[in-house]
Design a protein. Structure first.
Length: 408
């Protein structure tokens, strides 16, 4: 622990009793804790990158605050983060092993972020979600359901509800107004490394509002058309929030016991295509998977609605940039994001990919694989941008952008 290393965690600002704090959550859900740090303490923790020694941290703290930071204080912080499993190390690795073994044996996928990212009690959760529709930034109350047909898919964020809940509501309002499909094919976004570009699971998804059944026949049909084992990274589903958050909204829109079925797909990195400057469809694993989805949906005669659970840019000090994001940068980012999304509106998957790979994904568009795969698999004529948002964190001069879109 002479060179402590913080794990890859979710960081977002909150207000508590009039105080600005940064909340740290574990995206892998190994730790069930949420840590709330004032900015000076977060500054110390931000230096837990495996490269700074305790002496380095003391030096940087002195430069920033003009005060000496005692070794014992740093060691105490290290012990607390290690005990709560927020640091890389033996305690975390053992806890990870136990969690993964338990998931392999389970028949269902638990609601990993209930009580942390959203309310656990059903009544309070319904009130929380209702607020995202009816609040000042939302699309308005859900209208009387007409069950029209024509929606092929949506893009919705996967940022935490506190910062992006109203943007989710725009996409899911479109889902509500259309007929309940045979199943929703949900492209989630992996926030940990995967061995294959895509991962499937047959495990039922549990939510506080009721379970969502997996369309196992469709899942098996997709696997049968792919030479690779699409379940080798299945453990990532246990802790990945991007699919879970869409399931929460779907169960709110269509209360149990409505037969809501899903095909949960976690999408990994397209780093190889970006670095090589080639289309993802030139990579056999990606091409075979997308073709397998299209063929399986057609052969089984499924009426499906696609959901790409995808955020956009991740920029600023929090994400490794040398300089923070200012107000002018936010305006430029919005212009560039909207231009990028015009490719999606035209159903131009290659144009969408090229707009990102052409600048070597400098904005870290984490929704690239999910959006691209949906555009390639979905049989739609056009899309339309419903809502755009940015979550700016002044404490770290960082931003995450996101959007909701509908495709018909």
């Amino acid at each position: 622990m002479d060179f402590p290393k913080l794990r890859n965690v979710i960081i977002f600002p909150i207000q508590r009793s009039g105080q600005s704090l940064l909340c740290l959550q574990d995206p892998q859900n190994i730790s069930d804790k949420a840590l709330f740090l004032p900015p000076p303490l977060y500054f110390i923790v931000s230096l837990f990158d495996g490269r700074h020694s305790i002496l380095d941290i003391q030096t940087e703290y002195m430069r920033r605050f003009g005060e000496f930071l005692f070794t014992e204080k740093i060691e105490e912080i290290i012990r607390q983060l290690d005990d709560t499993l927020f640091l890389e190390g033996e305690k975390f690795q053992e806890a990870l092993r136990q969690k993964e073994e338990g998931f392999k044996k389970a028949f269902f996928r638990e609601a990993a972020f209930a009580g942390k990212s959203y309310e656990r009690e059903p009544g309070r959760l319904k009130d929380q979600l209702l607020g995202y529709f009816t609040g000042p930034e939302g699309p308005g109350p859900l209208p009387e359901r007409k069950e029209i047909q024509g929606l092929k898919g949506v893009i919705a964020p996967h940022i935490d509800f506190q910062r992006g809940g109203s943007c989710y509501a725009f996409a899911h309002r479109e889902v509500w107004q259309n007929r309940l499909p045979d199943c929703f094919i949900i492209f989630g976004t992996a926030h940990t490394l995967m061995g294959h570009p895509f991962s499937l699971t047959r495990k039922e998804f549990i939510t506080p509002l009721g379970p969502l059944e997996v369309d196992r026949e469709l899942v098996d049909a997709i696997q049968s058309r792919c030479p690779d084992d699409l379940f080798m990274d299945e453990g990532i589903h246990r802790s990945e929030h991007s699919i879970e958050f869409q399931c929460i909204f779907l169960r709110y829109l269509f209360p149990d016991p409505a037969p809501v079925r899903i095909v949960p797909i976690v999408s990994g990195s397209f780093h190889e295509a970006v670095e090589s400057g080639i289309s993802p469809m030139e990579l056999p694993a990606i091409r075979q998977f997308i073709e397998a989805i299209k063929e399986s949906v057609s052969s089984l005669g499924r009426e499906v609605c696609y959901i790409a659970s995808a955020d956009l840019a991740h920029m600023g000090l929090q994400f490794g940039d040398r300089e923070g994001i200012g107000e002018y940068d936010l305006r430029i980012l919005e212009e560039e994001d909207r231009e990028m999304l015009k490719h999606a509106e035209r159903m131009d998957g290659e144009g969408f990919f090229s707009s990102i790979s052409g600048e070597r994904d400098r904005k870290r568009i984490c929704g690239l694989p999910a959006i691209y795969a949906m555009l390639k698999a979905m049989d739609a004529e056009k899309g339309m941008l419903l809502n755009y948002g940015q979550a700016f964190t002044p404490e770290t001069q960082s931003v995450v952008s996101f959007a909701s879109m509908a495709f018909y």
